[in-house]
Design a protein around this ligand. Structure first.
Ligand code: F6R
Length: 560
């Protein structure tokens, strides 16, 4: 709709700002849409949140400013306009105004008095400058600029920049002119296109074998893991740590839940996992000798970043590691150690290949900690590495089940809810399956550890509630089988994804999909993720939702 409007009203010119705002203040409506304009003198686009906007708004109202939106952003435009009234240049007005803002911002500002200039500013929110042959650009993320340039300058906290066609001048937090390096993105042209796929999510599901191959490359030898893949200090760090604290959001948090099982069971190190938005506010105890691990596809998730900063503030002696898919992101700059997942650009909002490569990274971390602490044997290390190398082939095998999964997806057409169950690491995979289904098909989905059903959720089960179970051939299989009987006897329609060797007993109204066999403790959760991704993709396709851009969601959540 908005595209049609802008296409109809063609705008002439060689400078401009625009922003798709993820609504934080005020409903998504025309009067709240960016840019916000003050007295026809200053136009602003803003990513982030100005936390003291009510205070600023009160004082600006007293000074005669009229507000036309419900956003926090409008105070930015007025504050800059006010500074311009005292004969400050646009740049100086921005530098003066931002000193009054509390919160986070990535800003783009223009003014008719400076017809060839864009001012950019950032604090707390990401902002990148694209250096092009025929122009210069700003964006929150380099991905948005790849069609026009591959050369980028990443602004630091507190920086402001003045851009015109010929020149980019950058100033640091104190207003002193500085040079920031120009970096060339390694992302290839084809990686950001759809190719033969209909949706990015579909493309990214099918890219997982390659993404995993790329993530493993140069990180393992024939039989062992290269601990130095986590940084040259990693071996010493891993030897000294006594515990692991993982903090992340959404899908990345689900990857952390899987890692908890691996780290405690395989590497024998205590591990705690928490969602970042809780961790950052609960005044946690941050003990010495903690490896504080953040997991983030974008490396810009505001809650995860803040949790990391808080942990570092609370205990300066901790070691920090980020597992991230974005090389130049803020989180990599804030962490002692970085492990980059080489998933390639993930464009679909629903995370797929980022998740499975995060799991690969966490498997390597488990192994590296175990090796450094001598809690795992050479034999175990070898078998983990060999298992990881089998993943691309196993995933390809799994992707062949797409047609069968497509047929099952039809069953969800008129369903309002679904329940995902699993035990051990499979509970985290069930949780991820439920998250995928709800975010792209808008069907309410819950996940439970299968053993927990009898403590309440089993009351939900009737023939309108499909139950999706993940059944690898592991030491909990018989327990899970009993749980399946319990569910079945309450009349549920069931879909079971099993290891070929699990041999789940067929029952009425139960669909069993055998995906592969001989999966191990590390490979099973990664492989069982694939059919769940395909299931939600096909349910969403049937429901006709906007798969790559589901409603109310943003790819990179740079506001809290
Ligand atoms: C779900 C999804 C989100 C993200 C979450 C964290 O499919 O993509 O739940 O996982 O917003 O994002 P990152 O990993 O960029 O920190």
């Amino acid at each position: 709709m908005e595209n049609l409007k802008t296409r109809k009203n063609k705008i002439e010119g060689n400078i401009g700002i625009a922003h798709t705002r993820w609504a934080t203040h005020g409903e998504p409506a025309k009067h709240n849409a960016h840019p916000h304009i003050s007295n026809q003198v200053v136009s602003v686009v803003h990513n982030g949140i100005i936390e003291n906007y009510l205070e600023l708004k009160d004082s600006q109202i007293k000074q005669g400013y009229k507000f036309t939106s419900d956003t926090d952003t409008e105070v930015i435009a007025h504050a800059i306009e006010l500074a311009m009234q005292s004969n400050n240049t646009l740049l100086h007005s921005v530098q003066k105004a931002i000193k009054t803002f509390e919160g986070a911002y990535g800003l783009g500002i223009i003014s008719p008095h400076y017809p060839n200039t864009i001012i950019a500013a950032r604090k707390g929110s990401p902002l990148v400058i694209g250096v092009g042959k025929n122009g210069n650009y700003i964006a929150s993320d380099q991905m948005a600029l790849l069609p026009v340039t591959k050369k980028f300058i990443f602004l630091e906290e507190g920086d402001t920049a003045e851009l015109n066609l010929e020149k980019i001048t950058i100033y640091d937090i104190n207003g002193i002119k500085v040079k920031r390096p120009i970096k060339t993105s390694k992302i290839k042209e084809g990686e950001v296109g759809l190719g033969n796929y209909i949706h990015f999510m579909q493309k990214e599901i099918f890219e997982q074998p390659q993404a995993i191959r790329d993530t493993l490359e140069s990180r393992v030898t024939k039989e062992s893991v290269l601990v130095s893949a986590f940084g040259h200090k990693a071996r010493d760090v891993f030897k000294n740590i006594k515990r692991v604290q993982i903090v992340a959001c959404g899908t990345s948090y689900n990857a952390g839940l899987v890692a908890k099982y691996w780290l405690e069971d395989i590497a024998k190190i205590p591990c705690n996992v928490e969602v970042a938005s809780e961790y950052r506010y609960r005044h946690p105890l941050v003990l010495d000798a903690t490896l504080f691990v953040t997991i983030s596809q974008s490396g810009e998730t505001a809650d995860t970043l803040e949790a990391l900063k808080i942990a570092k503030k609370l205990n300066k002696k901790i070691y920090t590691l980020c597992i991230c898919n974005s090389a130049e992101s803020t989180i990599t700059r804030e962490s002692d150690l970085t492990f980059l997942t080489h998933a390639g650009p993930e464009i679909g909002v629903a995370s797929t290949k980022a998740f499975t490569t995060q799991l690969v990274a966490l498997a390597l971390l488990t192994c590296s900690i175990g090796v450094s602490k001598e809690t795992i044997s050479k034999k175990r290390e070898k078998s983990i590495v060999e298992g990881l190398k089998l993943l691309p082939g196993l995933i390809n095998e799994c992707l062949l089940e797409e047609d069968q999964i497509k047929k099952i997806a039809i069953r969800f057409k008129d369903k309002n809810s679904a329940l995902f169950i699993g035990r051990g690491t499979m509970h985290a995979i069930a949780k991820e399956g439920a998250l995928k289904l709800k975010e792209i098909s808008y069907i309410h989905a819950e996940s439970y550890p299968a053993g927990e059903l009898k403590h309440g959720p089993i009351a939900l089960i009737d023939d309108n509630m499909p139950v999706i179970a993940v059944a690898p051939n592991d030491e909990l299989l018989n327990k899970l089988k009993s749980n399946l009987e319990e569910v079945k006897s309450r009349g549920a329609q069931m879909i079971v994804f099993e290891d070929k060797d699990s041999k789940v007993k067929p029952m009425k109204a139960m669909e069993i999909i055998s995906i592969t066999s001989n999966l191990g403790r590390i490979t099973a959760p990664i492989i069982f993720t694939i059919p769940l991704q395909l299931l939600s993709y096909h349910v969403a396709l049937i429901k006709g939702t906007d798969i790559d851009k589901p409603r109310n969601l943003a790819k990179s959540v740079t506001v809290e």
